[in-house]
Design a protein around this ligand. Structure first.
Ligand code: AMP
Ligand code: GLY
Length: 425
């Protein structure tokens, strides 16, 4: 069969790679893809926000499965459009994607389902929000309700910072409409982790956990990014804790959606804080994480297409996941200026012509090809993933490869997976 993957990041490159090795698949297509994906799949230059264009592409290709990578088309209802047209889709419809698209909706669902999360208040009026800020204790977290590309979350240590955050949302309108509806949340303390699970509307199958690095600088300093690196598994989150989290978070959330007549088919990703009082949900994503996917999928032994089809068909209960007994470490290389801006057009040296490097997996994100040369084309440029029996070994392989790749102003963190490597003895 043909598989069509929607998106253009490292996550989609990892999905395409895993799709290519499926025994069920004859052709892999991607829209719009990137320079790395273009060497392995047939790319179509249709934006992931062009719903009529993507429907037209599906009609031309007649794929056996469509996989939607990013959140924006999921929240815009691409899943519903394609399912209504008769295609099998991996990814939830618009209403279920609102778990990610509206942090207020996610809170309502969590409260109705009894899922532990930070206490909050929600405001659509600037004056009321400002009045609330003088009546609470600090720190707090100020969040734009809607999608803001990972940037709409501000941790305010004191009232003045929270007031600035409100001005950013309501007066400067820095997050557009997403910031005209704001949540003020209790600030939780602990270690963060991501627990992703496949879901067919009923059965929930947890993926192995992954540890994301959100801040741009080493030691978790500087502004938040989409993610600067990742590793999997997470020694701090053994399988027993994953099962507890699935029972406490994923099952009741999917059941509450079902109670409202909303079916969830795809990946439900819970971003969690492991607090002294137990796990608490920070956010939901309704898709594979980026860069979590680049650290999780290289360890998965199953045929990913079989699993994604089972999610679309509602037959996930017949499957069991198998994992390589290896660690995966993923280091993201970003362009100059990221995350505040990004640099485009810098020539990338050190990669083979097909965009790869021996001994590691190179996942392309913001890359393009120009006159036969690979150039930067966005904030996060490449993700380099390495597998090894130990975190030390996987780090050594990943950083060795990172050292071979050059482009002007490249940024990467040197401390990805340092902690599990240090504690493995
Ligand atoms: P979110 O997009 O909601 O995951 O938020 C982005 C990042 O902000 C998270 O990964 C956390 O590092 C931080 N964050 C979000 N909510 C909270 C919270 N309630 N307490 C502490 N940190 C938070
Ligand atoms: N790595 C965080 C995300 O995918 O949103």
């Amino acid at each position: 069969m043909k598989v069509l993957v929607i998106g253009s990041g490292g996550r989609e490159h990892a999905i395409v790679r895993k799709t290519l090795v499926s025994s069920l698949v004859a052709e892999v297509h991607c829209a719009p893809g990137n320079a790395g994906i273009a060497h392995q799949a047939i790319c179509h230059s249709i934006s992931d926000s062009d719903i009529p264009g993507l429907l037209g592409l599906a009609k031309r290709l007649d794929p056996g499965l469509v996989v939607i990578g990013p959140e924006a088309p999921l929240c815009a209802g691409l899943g519903d459009t394609l399912r209504d047209a008769g295609y099998k889709v991996f990814g939830p419809g618009r209403e279920a994607a609102m778990l990610e698209g509206s942090k207020g909706f996610a809170k309502e669902v969590m409260i109705a389902a009894g899922v532990p999360t930070a206490g909050y208040a929600r405001f659509i009026e600037y004056q009321r929000a400002m009045a609330h800020l003088s009546a609470i204790t600090y720190p707090v977290v100020v969040k734009a309700n809607g999608l803001a590309a990972g940037k709409g979350v501000i941790i305010a240590e004191a009232m003045a910072e929270a007031e600035d955050a409100m001005r950013t949302c309501f007066i400067d309108r820095s997050f557009g409409d997403a910031g005209l509806d704001v949540l003020v949340e209790e600030c939780l303390v602990g270690h963060e982790c991501s627990v992703l699970a496949l879901c067919d509307g009923e059965t929930i199958l947890p993926l192995e956990p992954a540890q994301d690095y959100k801040r741009i600088y080493e030691g978790d300093h500087g502004p938040n990014t989409g993610g600067m690196g990742c590793y999997s598994p997470v020694p701090r989150v053994p399988s027993q804790l994953v099962d507890e989290i699935i029972d406490m978070v994923h099952r009741p959330t999917v059941a509450e959606l079902a109670r409202r007549g909303i079916e969830f088919k795809g990946v439900l990703y819970a971003g969690l804080m492991l607090t002294a009082a137990g796990p608490r949900v920070l956010e939901f994503n309704t898709r594979f994480g980026d860069p979590e996917t680049q650290a999780i999928l290289p360890r998965l032994e199953n045929d990913l297409v079989e699993l994604m089809l089972a999610c679309a068909d509602g037959t996930l209960s017949a499957h069991k996941l198998h994992w390589k007994d290896e660690c995966c470490v993923t280091v993201i290389m970003a362009s100059a200026g990221y995350p505040l801006s990004s640099s485009k057009g810098d020539v990338i040296g050190g990669l083979e012509l097909d965009g790869g490097l021996p001994g590691v997996e190179v996942f392309h994100a913001g890359t393009a090809e120009e006159d036969g040369r690979l150039i930067t084309n966005g904030g996060r440029v490449l993700g380099i993933s390495a597998l090894d029996r130990s975190f030390k070994g996987a780090r050594a392989k990943a950083y060795d490869a990172v050292g071979k790749v050059s482009f002007d102003g490249r940024q990467f963190r040197r401390d990805i997976a340092e902690e599990p490597a240090r504690t493995e003895g």
